[in-house]
Ligand binder design. Structure first.
Ligand code: SF4
Ligand code: SF4
Length: 469
């Protein structure tokens, strides 16, 4: 009777499958997967790998498609440059992205983890494949690890770790191109090393971080570190579609015996062969139900399908299905949670599009120079000194001029007529001269227009300090 109730035993939730009772790591040797979903994921991951590598090199009018320069707080998403002044837009874009992920997870479960997460793609599609290529499938890997050191073992391990380290070095460089851009990265790796100590140290540090992640830490990133994985408990509900074991069809599980009538014996389709466990890269048993450790990699689906084919049963004992779908044989249901997340997502996306569309091309600040009072210019005229800063968010050089739009006054630039360069901050100083009759307060509010030709492209408010008579 004990075997009948396996799927109701919840004790597996008390511990991580990859840590034993003494707290020691249980190394996972997943069986090499094959099947329809593995092939499909292979193709998808090739596309993603190409994209990961190409994105920093793809340019839109000279700027990378994506740049996440946290050092200079300059971010580019799909060609749109976000300056520190656009932080609210960047934040909104990030919130919309997170809500999208949450909504997607509520409906489709962790499909992102299995199909698009860079950790899974690099781990399962690059590093794991190198391991299978050098050390063979899981049984050979286990045997090699147990075997005493030999010339064969030494060279296999040396080859594997040398290749791992080389790929980690490559990923580290790629990672840097997302942070500082390809031009700066090229300077770091090709210029005199003395000028780029920080960049070179980062490459070395990240090489060892990635090596540690892919050679040793592996599935622990997904099962213990990744915040997205940890949030599954609050995001998933009974209608979320996940890689799941159909316990209605599979139970009561039991070994396959020659000539038996499983239906008559009350047995389900699961023959308890454990192949879905053997193939799992996070070392869990999907038959225990949806678990936070499951990255929806589909390997158990393929493995179980191949078993079902062998025993002449329909495929899909483990498949993409919701808990509700298994229990009641229903399809996808629009729950209140899904509807409210969808509304929030639509509102956020609309707000983001409106804010981006109405974002000014030029953003100006003009402030009186600190510590300066007014200067008398004679003939009842007074001047104030100001500092201006202009961010040009376009990709064009813009020649500009200033004009007082609130009063009849004069602007005298300190230095040359300003030309604001593309995607950069331009700074300068100017004097504003007003007639005594226009000075109505100790701090008279004034407005200054920034013009490109005859078109006012920005207008700012500031104040003018002068004697009131
Ligand atoms: S692979 Fe399929 S049949 Fe085998 S134990 Fe897993 S669920 Fe049962
Ligand atoms: S349970 Fe299946 S889908 Fe989940 S991680 Fe393991 S093999 Fe992948």
């Amino acid at each position: 009777m004990e075997e009948h109730n396996n799927h109701l035993d919840e004790s597996f939730r008390d511990h991580i499958s990859t840590v034993d009772a003494d707290g020691k790591r249980v190394w996972v040797y997943p069986k090499k997967p094959k099947g329809f979903f593995t092939t499909a994921r292979n193709y998808v991951s090739y596309v993603f790998l190409l994209l990961f590598i190409a994105i920093p090199f793809i340019r839109i009018k000279g700027d990378p498609l994506i740049l996440l320069n946290v050092i200079e707080r300059k971010f580019i998403l799909f060609g749109i440059i976000f300056w520190p002044q656009d932080f609210h837009l960047f934040l909104l874009a990030m919130i919309a992205f997170i809500v999208f992920i949450v909504l997607f997870t509520v409906v489709y479960g962790r499909v992102f983890c299995g199909w698009a997460c860079p950790q899974t793609i690099f781990m399962e599609m690059v590093f794991r494949k190198i391991e299978y290529w050098i050390e063979g499938d899981y049984r050979s890997q286990m045997a090699l690890d147990k075997a005493p050191l030999s010339v064969n073992k030494f060279f296999k391990k040396l080859a594997k770790h040398t290749i791992f380290l080389s790929f980690s070095f490559f990923i580290s460089n790629l990672f840097l191109t997302y942070i500082i851009g390809t031009d700066e990265w090229w300077k770091v790796v090709s210029d005199n090393p003395v000028n780029h100590i920080g960049g070179l140290v980062s490459i070395v540090v990240f090489t060892f971080v990635f090596y540690g992640v892919f050679a040793r830490f592996r599935e622990q990133v997904c099962t213990t570190v990744c915040p997205y994985g940890r949030l599954q408990g609050v995001m998933l509900d009974k209608n979320s579609i996940n890689v799941a074991y159909d316990y209605v069809r599979g139970e009561i599980r039991g070994f396959l015996k020659r000539g038996e009538d499983r239906e008559a014996e009350g047995k389900g389709d699961c023959i308890d062969c454990h192949q879905c466990v053997v193939v799992c890269p996070t070392g869990i048993d999907i038959r225990n139900g949806v678990q936070m450790e499951c990255i929806n990699c589909t390997m158990c689906m393929d493995e179980c399908d191949s078993i079902m084919l062998k025993i002449n049963k329909p495929k899909g004992l483990i498949r993409y299905v919701s808990e509700e779908g298994i229990r009641n044989r229903t399809g996808f249901i629009w729950t209140k949670k899904v509807i409210s997340y969808t509304i929030i997502l639509v509102v956020l996306v609309v707000a983001l599009v409106v804010l981006l569309a109405t974002r000014p091309d030029v953003e100006t600040t003009i402030l009186r120079t600190p510590g300066m009072l007014y200067q008398s210019q004679g003939n009842d005229k007074y001047s104030n000194l100001y500092n201006f800063k202009i961010i040009n968010k376009t990709r064009d050089t813009i020649p500009i001029r200033f004009e007082i739009t609130s009063h009849a006054g004069e602007i005298k630039l300190v230095g040359q007529i300003p030309v604001i360069v593309p995607n950069a901050l331009s700074e300068g100083a100017l004097f504003i001269v007003l007639d005594q009759k226009d000075i109505t307060k100790i701090k008279t509010p004034i407005t200054i227009g920034v013009f490109e030709g005859n078109e006012m492209i920005d207008e700012v408010s500031t104040s003018f300090v002068g004697p009131v008579k």
